[in-house]
Design a binder for this molecule. Structure first.
Ligand SMILES: NC(=O)c1ccc[n+]([C@@H]2O[C@H](COP(=O)([O-])OP(=O)(O)OC[C@H]3O[C@@H](n4cnc5c(N)ncnc54)[C@H](OP(=O)(O)O)[C@@H]3O)[C@@H](O)[C@H]2O)c1
Length: 334
């Protein structure tokens, strides 16, 4: 089978489109004929050697996938040949990744693909959808009527958090870098969309909360790698939750006084730390939202799998260099 692999960490140029043996599923594994995969920033950190990860070379890159069950190990209980499935969490903790024509995936990391959802959509919504669900439900406890603020609403995480927050009944404020992306955020359900370069973003957040009759932001979902607690804390409602989940190098000053007197919570999380059961709750929760018309993963640029290096360059150009050249998720098809 064809796969996008690396034999050492480095720039996107280390990615090869190579021939590898088709995997044989272990007892609890499902052999998935991959229909689509999606790129995440973590794929680029692993490939670049920016985070310590156990990699078995040749290492197949990628976390997310969607496709059709081609074979099942003898102990697989949930799936049968022909079922459509999606999932994330591949390429981590010593496991091989998803960027291949076939992937052997433990059934605990797979969820059924809802009728009507394409493999491109299901792959696009995998890691980011689970991240949004975990952040808002498992960690943030977002309640209907609260205001949720999402920095960077047009990216992979942002487009997911907007939709999950709206599905939970929150009022959503977000930011995006140009009119086309701002329009996308509105279409996804955001109630107030601001340009993050505008000088009056914080005044607009305050004004919106006042008009909505709330004392500030209930859940702040920070997707940027350089969060600024000095700015965030004054905008929060009492007992608000600030979620940080990006920027391993970030070391901002933290104003303890203004933070504790408002009974605020600071929550950090990495989606792959959650147990398979917790992640399954997210996967099935997203499927319910899809069936209710409240969750549509945003497919951005689609590449053939042979162009995985170009897809990694585009992801880095956006997440690390903030060039704003992408919208939604970068998807590849074998
Ligand atoms: N902890 C976890 O479990 C977890 C899970 C997933 C991702 N992450 C991390 O979350 C981060 C975001 O991931 P992603 O997949 O959403 O990346 P992405 O698709 O590249 O999105 C980046 C977003 O940042 C926005 N942005 C750029 N400059 C901005 C600014 N000055 N202010 C506000 N927004 C700005 C972009 O908006 P425009 O395009 O409109 O300019 C875009 O929406 C990454 O660092 C990733 O590693 C963490």
């Amino acid at each position: 089978m064809k796969a996008a692999v690396i034999r050492q960490t480095g720039t996107p140029d280390v990615i090869e489109y190579a021939e590898l043996p088709k995997p044989t599923p272990g007892p609890t594994e499902v052999l998935v004929k991959v229909g689509a995969v999606a790129v995440n920033p973590i794929d680029t950190y692993i490939r670049g050697g920016m985070i310590a990860a156990k990699l078995n070379f040749p290492y197949i890159i990628g976390c997310d996938l969607a496709g059709t069950v081609e074979a099942c190990g003898p102990a697989v209980k949930r799936y049968k040949v022909g079922d459509r499935v999606w999932g994330s969490n591949q390429g981590l903790m010593g496991r091989q990744g998803s960027f291949a024509e076939y992937a052997a995936v433990d059934e605990k990391w797979l969820y059924p693909t809802p009728e009507g959802e394409s493999d491109e959509e299901a792959a696009a919504g995998a890691l980011v959808g689970i991240t949004a669900h975990q952040g808002l439900v498992l960690h943030g406890g977002l309640k209907a009527g609260e205001v949720a603020y999402i920095s960077g609403g047009s990216g992979g995480v942002g487009t997911s958090v907007i939709q999950v927050a709206k599905a939970l009944g929150a009022r959503v404020i977000t930011t995006a870098g140009n009119p086309e992306k701002q329009e996308l955020c509105r279409k996804l359900g955001a109630d107030l969309v601001l340009d993050y370069r505008a000088p009056n973003v914080d005044d607009e957040i305050k004004k919106y909360c006042e008009t909505a009759g709330v004392k500030g932001v209930g859940v702040w979902f920070e997707t940027q790698r350089d969060p600024n607690p000095e700015r965030i804390i004054p905008l929060m409602a009492p007992r608000g939750r600030i979620i940080v989940m990006a920027g391993r190098e970030a070391r901002p000053e933290f104003p303890i006084g203004p933070f504790y007197v408002k009974d605020l919570r600071l929550i950090g999380f990495a989606m792959f730390n959650a147990t398979p059961e917790e992640q399954r709750d997210c996967g099935l929760g997203l499927n319910e939202m899809y069936q209710a018309g409240k969750w549509r993963p945003v497919v951005g640029k689609v590449f053939p799998l042979s162009e995985a290096a170009a897809a990694h360059r585009l992801q880095e150009e956006n997440t690390l260099q903030k060039k704003g050249t992408s919208m939604g998720k970068i998807v590849l098809k074998p």
